[in-house]
Design a protein around this ligand. Sequence first.
Ligand code: SF4
Length: 443
Amino acid sequence: MYLRMAKRVLFETDKRLLWKLAWNMGWKGMLSVQKHKKRLKKGEVFPPFLYVSIINSCNLRCQGCWVDVAAKQQTISPDALHKMIGEAKEMGNVFFGIVGGEPFMHPDLLDMLAEHPDCYFQIFTNGHVITDERAKRMRKLGNVTPLISVEGTEIISDERRGRGGVLSKTMEGIHNCLNNKVFTGVCTSLCRTNIDDLLTEQWVDRLIEMGVMYTWFHVYRPMGPLPNPDLCLTPEQSRKARQFVVDMRAKKPIIIVDAYFDGEGQALCPAATGISHHINPWGGIEPCPIVQFTTESIHSTEEDPRSLKEKFLQSAFLKDFRQLASDTTRGCIVLERPDLLRQLVEKHGAKDGTVRHTALAELEAMEVRTSQYAPGDEIPEKNIFYRLAKRYWFNDFGVYRGKDHTESAPSILANRKSATCGASNASAACDLPKEPVLVQIGQ
Ligand code: SF4
């Protein structure tokens, strides 16, 4: 497998783009994490990986989307983005995740990224507006990788994404990138309707044959104004997804990304560890894309002229969020304890970062739900490269040390089960909780 991967990297890539990836993302990205680790020792958090939603609009209407895509369009202006990237660069940052909405609907997207050849950008996109011309431009830039989402077969894609012909348009975008040798990834938000089609060796083999260099299996999250919990994976499916990722990493010549497990298979939350936070299209700084609450903005105002560094280092809301999340669970605080998150938001008077202004009510309507945290069932990496890389540059950075997590969803659900069933009653209703659980492998 290692030899096949090396061959792919050597023969299927544009060497200039490979160099940009290795230098900007690999070497400088690693240094940015080292700086983050150093800051953590002083109790300072400035996330090395920032995810920026540059626009709220989108051409699709996906099930369970938490972005107000049909609302009046809001974009981050080129000036604001340049200022933010400049301030982040001063802290050693080089990587930026570009999110939406659909980022390619931002009229200045590639022009803005062209201003920062010393950084690396990952664009989360449905691929529909990636024309041959745009793909050529990305190749010319060299420091951009599109991560294109495929949500299932033609029928499932249409159902998941709210209109017809979605898959063929997405595949067209992928082929435009691959024909131009752009370093391209494909991601999937796994749910009950697509897991059997896409969490398969055949699908991974197809991606490899097409020339896709990396993939990322996120897991569907029942968030937003119209959450659809019926789409959530069952506990068995979630475990299967994690096992599949670990197995394929040791078997197939393709990079598989995940953001929620360390090398030993222990769960983590990137927002709790402080390795990443999110910026919404209005400039609001949020713990992560699904925690749509904010107390600071990237924009300077008369009331708050502080630098980006000062805002991140001094934000009581972000600090308390990280503390609460890491105290409560190694998994996702939003899914596991939305009640505690709601209390935190109220305590800080954090602003609802949505247009619909119902984010607090949505939290209130949520129930305790398991997430990626499955204590006692960790699945460690088999591939030595992932294991080592995670040991040094992607782990919990000690934020969970000494915490018992008795308030996490697995503990609460286990307690509920024993309270309901008692020691002697072993009826079918007392088997493991049947609520769908969510193991998230991506942002
Ligand atoms: S685990 Fe939950 S809170 Fe943490 S980054 Fe992911 S979605 Fe956000």
